[in-house]
Write a protein that binds this ligand. Structure first.
Ligand code: TTP
Ligand code: MG
Length: 230
C-alpha cells in the first residue's frame, strides 16, 4: 500500500497541469472586448489577459501602434510582426486557474487585420508572404488552444462613434470605411466561415447595447465560460 501511495503522489507531482478552458474574445475595434473581460473580474478561478494593445503602444518606449497609423506603408509589417509575437506569448502563457480569457488572438490578427492590409495594398505582397509563412509555421508547429470564441457583434456606425468618444489618440484618423471593412472580415471569419480555420465554437453576443444595458447581455455568456450553472 505504501508503495502504491508513493507512486500515486509521484504521479500527481509530475503529471502536466490540466489545460485551462480557453476563451478568445473577438470583435471589431471598440466592440467592448476589454469591458467584457473586466466583467469577469468578479469571479475566482479565471485568468484575464486584457489589452494587448498597451504592449503595442510601448515597446522600449516606441509606440508601434502610432507609427503604424501615421505611416502604414513603412510600419504595418513591423507592427503586425510584433502583434503576432505578443498574441503568441499570450496563447502560450500558463495559468493556475481552470479558465483563461484572452482579448483577441493570433487568428484575428491574421484573418482580419493582416488580410485587410493585404487587400488594401498597405502590405507589399512580399511582406504579406513573410507574415503568412510565419502564421503557417505557428499553425503547424506551436500548440495554440482555443475552446470557445466569444464574438462581440456590433454595427460599424455604433463602434465608430464609440471610438471617437473614447479618443485613443492613435485612432483619431480611423475612417468609418475601415471599421466597415474590419466588420466584414470578422463576419467572414466567424459567421460566414469563408476561412478554413475557425478554431473553436462561436458564441455571438449583441454588443451594440450601451454600457448601462450590456451587463445583462454579458451575463448570458457566464454559464458557458465558467461552465457551471450560474
Ligand atoms: P483591438 O485589438 O480591437 O482592441 P480595442 O481595445 O480597441 O478593442 P475593445 O474596445 O473591444 O476593447 O484594437 C486595438 C488597436 O490595434 C486598434 O487601433 C486596431 C489595431 N490593430 C491592428 O492594427 N492590427 C491588429 O492585428 C490588431 C489585433 C489590432
Ligand atoms: Mg480593449
Amino acid at each position: 500500500l505504501t508503495n502504491c501511495t508513493g507512486l500515486f503522489f509521484r504521479h500527481i507531482m509530475t503529471a502536466p497541469a490540466a489545460k485551462p478552458f480557453t476563451v478568445l474574445v473577438e470583435g471589431n475595434i471598440g466592440s467592448g472586448k476589454t469591458t467584457f473581460l473586466e466583467h469577469f473580474q468578479q469571479f475566482e478561478d479565471i485568468t484575464l489577459l486584457t489589452e494587448p494593445v498597451e504592449e503595442w503602444r510601448n515597446l522600449n518606449g516606441w509606440n508601434l501602434l502610432d507609427l503604424m497609423y501615421k505611416d502604414p506603408a513603412k510600419w504595418a509589417m513591423t507592427f503586425q510582426a510584433y502583434v503576432s509575437l505578443t498574441m503568441l506569448e499570450m496563447h502560450r502563457r500558463t495559468t493556475k486557474t481552470p479558465v483563461k480569457l484572452m482579448e483577441r488572438s493570433i487568428f484575428s490578427a491574421r484573418y482580419c487585420f493582416v488580410e485587410h492590409m493585404k487587400r488594401s495594398g498597405t502590405l507589399h505582397p512580399a511582406q504579406y508572404s513573410v507574415l503568412n509563412e510565419w502564421f503557417d509555421f505557428i499553425d503547424n508547429e506551436v500548440p495554440v488552444d482555443a475552446d470557445l470564441i466569444v464574438y462581440l457583434k456590433t454595427t460599424p456606425s455604433i463602434v465608430y462613434e464609440r471610438i471617437k468618444k473614447r479618443a485613443r489618440s492613435e485612432e483619431q484618423c480611423v475612417p468609418l470605411s475601415y471599421i466597415v471593412e474590419l466588420h466584414k472580415l470578422h463576419e467572414d471569419w466567424l459567421i460566414n466561415r469563408t476561412h478554413a480555420e475557425c478554431p473553436a465554437p462561436v458564441l455571438v453576443i449583441d454588443a451594440d447595447l450601451d454600457l448601462s444595458q450590456i451587463t445583462e447581455e454579458y451575463k448570458k455568456s457566464e454559464h458557458q465560460i465558467l461552465r457551471k450553472a450560474v
